[in-house]
Design a binder for this molecule. Structure first.
Ligand code: GDP
Ligand code: MN
Length: 338
């Protein structure tokens, strides 16, 4: 009989139920980690990648795609690749995709930025931040390096992954036909999106056929869609279906919103843009709360509770858990299923 002791020469997941398993022919999803970053994000980003490798990817072995509007430095490429045995691909974002479009009225955009500085809105002054939000909202999934993949998991610098993952979340997405997975949700600052909901309502009036029958409007609105409650999934963590973004519904939705200019005349974030689409154009059963993935992005964290904490050998304090704090929207997600 085969020894129960795993062969340490092959990399195995630390979780007990994966010990000794032959992973070479395990079912896999066609999936990739996506990292948008600047060269200056290198060191904080390595913290995130190191943890992703230790908690999950040392056995799952998914590729990474790094994207940047500037060429990645040799140093960036060397240190990121050195942390993983998976393939790393480094892509340049074309200037015409990244930068503020010519048809944006810069005078109007500038006035909006100045107003936000007065109101002390976070990143209110920043054009690069707006470029980033617009790219994440409508263009990351069109990058040629992502063309061959079906699912993505977004990674940001300086985040924490607290628990061993002994299953493949991409397979949950694929097998259960999920389109959007999250760990944390919260309220958006209204100063960044004052006219977003009016634009969304205009869009769905034009295209009622895109709204899913069993949608999650209850996550976004408590009055049947009249007003937006500002709830969104926190997009610095997201596991998603790239084909959802490639759908005509999403492409038309992004294009409609983009033409409104709100990425520059306001400061629309990719989190509400993704969340509203996922909640309206997919059925609520296609959203997934990854409760067993312990995750922190400053200043909030999701720490798995009870048995999940033990199973994942999590190192977060279970008391420090944002899920049902007053500023979290996760109760609106769970209410969809009650
Ligand atoms: P926050 O989480 O909203 O505070 O924003 P971050 O500073 O974490 O930015 C979100 C993501 O976009 C991170 O992965 C950053 O590395 C990346 N990012 C932000 N601004 C830029 C930029 O100007 N260029 C590039 N290439 N990446 C950016
Ligand atoms: Mn961030």
């Amino acid at each position: 009989p085969e020894s129960a002791v795993p062969d340490v020469s092959i990399q195995l997941p630390t979780a007990d139920d994966l010990r000794g398993a032959d992973l070479s022919s395990r079912p896999r999803a066609n999936a990739v980690f996506v990292v948008l970053a600047r060269n200056s994000d290198l060191w904080p980003l390595l913290e995130s990648i190191r943890q992703m490798e230790d908690r999950f990817n040392h056995w799952a072995k998914y590729d990474y795609v790094f994207l940047n509007e500037e060429e990645f430095s040799e140093e960036f490429k060397r240190y990121t690749q050195s942390l993983t045995s998976s393939n790393c691909y480094y892509g340049l974002i074309p200037a015409d995709v990244w930068f503020q479009p010519d048809w944006i009225d810069e005078e109007k955009a500038k006035a909006a930025r100045e107003e936000m500085i007065r109101k002390k809105v976070i990143y209110g002054h920043s054009v690069p931040y707006r470029n980033m939000c617009r790219f994440q909202s409508g263009n990351f999934f069109r990058h040629e390096l992502l063309a061959k993949y079906d699912y993505y998991w977004r990674i940001e610098p300086s985040v924490k992954y607290f628990c061993d993952l002994n299953y493949d979340p991409f397979l949950v997405m694929q097998n259960e036909k999920k389109v959007y997975g999250f760990t944390l949700s919260l309220y958006e600052y209204i100063e960044t999106i004052p006219t977003l909901w009016d634009s969304v309502k205009e869009f769905i009036a034009l295209h009622p056929e895109y709204v899913a029958a069993d949608n999650a409007m209850g996550f976004l609105s408590q009055d049947g869609g009249e007003t937006y409650n500002k709830c969104h999934f926190w997009s610095n963590f997201e596991i998603g279906d790239l084909n959802f973004y490639r759908s005509q519904a999403y492409l038309d939705y992004f294009d409609f919103l983009d033409k409104k200019g709100g990425f520059y005349y306001e400061r629309w974030g990719d989190a509400p843009i993704h969340s509203i689409a996922a909640a309206l154009f997919a059925n609520k059963s296609q959203l997934h709360w990854f409760q067993d993935i312990g995750y922190r992005h400053e200043p909030f964290q999701h720490c798995p509770q009870g048995e999940a904490h033990t199973r994942g050998k999590c190192w977060c304090d279970q008391q420090n858990n944002f899920d049902f704090e007053w500023y979290s929207c996760t109760n609106k997600y769970t209410a969809l299923f009650q």
